[in-house]
Design a protein around this ligand. Sequence first.
Ligand code: TIU
Length: 222
Amino acid sequence: MAEIKADPFPFRLDRGAVALIVIDMQRDFTEEGGFGASLGNDVTCVAKIVPDVRRLIEGFRAAGLPVIHTMECHRPDLSDLPRAKRERGNPRLRIGDEGPMGRILIAGEAGTAILPELAPVDGETVIEKPGKGAFHATPLDDILKERRIAQLVFAGVTTEVCVQTTMREANDRGYECLLVEEATASYFPEFKAATLAMVRAQGAIVGWTAHLADVLRGIAHA
Ligand code: TIU
């Protein structure tokens, strides 16, 4: 059992029960012409975390620990896209519309793919999810239980939307959750800061936060 320096107190890492979950590191959220930009966001600040997410993934792989990737996406026939989600807001391009990288947020399209530098390797689980949370309408919980995973280290985008939603879903299902500060980003830096603060408040009410270097040190020595 290794300890990772974390907030609000050290995280006791169980090497046999931990997985990294990388949330939605897709071109649709990090590149011009994708879903994130269609909502009016400046995508440059989320794209900046790619090298740190890569370091985290490589640390897990080097330690022989599981890496799980998620993708927010919908079926080409939009059968898993609630009307409320398609019609929300006033984006330039809606989910399912043809954009410069293919149809927005549709499985199999170029823009929906995970960034090549963070792409899953053989044997890594990829969860395609229609919601913001990765447990909603996916087999994630069954897969984790089958592999006896009880601790989830989180990276990805965006901190207050898909990452926080998934952390809260996981926390309610009994998983211990740790969010890596340098490996997550929001289009709104103040929302990232607020999410980090609210996750670890009240004695880790949702989970822990930790710095990348401390997580890498912890998994290397576990
Ligand atoms: N818009 C936004 O901040 N996020 C999303 O729509 N999806 C994810 O966070 N992946």
